[in-house]
Design a protein around this ligand. Structure first.
Ligand code: 9MR
Length: 401
């Protein structure tokens, strides 16, 4: 339904129009789209959750969910499942019978039905992996000091699988999942967040490194390549705007390339804040990452507008990135628009390398850090000034050609 088809006049029509602005289609009728604006440059995507793919909301009315769905369909040409393809969601119990493909299948159907480019997230990660994956009969190194089961960070702390057992589980998981969606999912986040944040070690210590060793990364890529030789295999991490973390990324990828590991793209999550990074800092980050000679995908873009998330990025980028306490920064809409404009200017400058820009959620209501109001559309899918600022960058790039 379009607003201009309504013939009512006077106050009643004004009320109807105002209500429609929060309905399912009013916002989309005349709004330009991100997918079109950047079609000559890169795909523009979003993470979606199971409310969007199934139409059944959780803490959101069906009308709100319908609006979210309409927004996704109108604005984006690429989707990734926010949680539904993580190990704990896909493969909660051991063995071949332990899979649960329902939510992942719904995601794939949604994407295919809407002609979207599909990305899978994520095969191997230290987080959101069920304890059974790591469990076995080898005593853990710290039995003397910790009770068996789980330590206080939720990390599995009981008797462990051997290297061979864990490699076998990883191979089975990757072959089953990548094989099931072969030809449908075009890009996989094969390994997620393996780099350490502080210190001098390149890799974070995890059950993957402790049980298998650092070559768990190479093995994961090899298994994924066996399962779908046509899939684009991505290494995905956050905080790559920081030069220290970026140095680790470059060391890791160069070492994989030297071993001829099939790594095909860099995923740079880009969970940033209005304070940082600027255009110049993002430009530098992309310039340095591009030296690896691989396509760069911006994989989880959002820009935190909350006071609590504006601290400089020190040792713990992950914690800082999530924080949304303290209300919004002053003049948040304008600062968000400026931050997004700078980021997109940098993406456009590097568009031969930047092949995909994915937002981590379609709107502020569907965001892991909703209180930081980090996206281009508000909770009712209304475009914010940042949306127009991003489109203005596309126009600028076209005019400069
Ligand atoms: O947005 C995701 C949130 O809903 C989940 O609870 C969380 C844990 O699985 O993961 C969030 O997504 C993360 C992504 O998978 C990897 N990079 C960081 C993202 C934000 O935490």
């Amino acid at each position: 339904m379009k607003i201009h088809t309504l013939k009512l006049n006077s106050q009643a029509s004004m009320l109807t129009t105002a209500l429609l602005a929060y309905g399912t289609t009013a916002w989309s009728a005349d709004l330009p789209t991100l997918r079109d604006a950047f079609k000559d440059h890169f795909l523009v995507g979003t993470a979606i959750n199971r409310a969007v793919t199934t139409g059944r909301g959780f803490r959101r009315s069906s009308e709100q969910v319908n609006t979210d769905i309409a927004l996704v369909k109108a604005q984006f040409n690429q989707v990734v499942a926010e949680n539904e393809m993580k190990w704990d969601s896909l493969h909660p119990r051991p063995g071949a019978d332990g899979y649960d493909f329902r939510a992942a299948d719904a995601f794939v159907s949604f994407g295919l039905n809407n002609n979207m480019y599909l990305v899978g997230h994520t095969l191997v990660w230290h987080s959101q992996t069920p304890h059974w994956v790591f469990a076995g009969t080898n005593p853990p190194p710290n039995t003397a000091s910790a009770a068996p089961g789980t330590n206080r960070f939720g990390r599995y702390n009981g008797p462990r699988a051997s290297r061979e057992e864990l490699l076998q589980r990883m191979r089975d998981h990757i072959h089953t999942v990548v094989g099931r969606y072969k030809g449908k999912i075009k890009v996989w986040d094969v390994v997620n967040e393996a780099l350490s944040d502080g210190g001098t070690n390149t890799l974070r210590t995890s059950l993957w490194t402790e049980i298998i060793g650092p070559d768990f990364i190479a093995k994961a890529f090899q298994y994924a390549h066996e399962a779908d030789p046509d899939a684009i295999l991505r290494y995905n991490d956050y905080g790559l705007e920081s030069s220290a973390k970026r140095r680790k990324l470059i060391a890791l990828i160069q070492s994989l390339q030297a071993q001829k590991v099939p790594v095909h793209a860099i995923g740079s999550q880009t969970h940033v804040s209005v304070a940082w990074p600027s255009f110049a800092e993002m430009d530098r980050a992309l310039t340095e990452m591009a030296t690896l000679g691989l396509p760069i995908h911006i994989t989880e873009l959002d820009v935190n507008s909350a006071e609590g998330g504006q601290r400089s990025f020190g040792a713990d980028i992950a914690n800082n990135a999530a924080t949304t306490q303290g209300g919004l920064v002053s003049d948040a809409d304008r600062k968000l628009a400026e931050a997004y404009a700078g980021l997109f200017r940098a993406f456009l400058k590097h568009d031969p390398q930047v092949k995909m820009v994915t937002f981590w959620g379609p709107n502020d209501a569907n965001s892991w850090r909703a209180n930081g109001k980090p996206l281009l559309f508000d909770g009712n899918s209304q475009p914010k000034p940042a949306f127009h600022a991003v489109l203005a960058e596309a126009k600028r790039a076209a005019a400069a050609k």
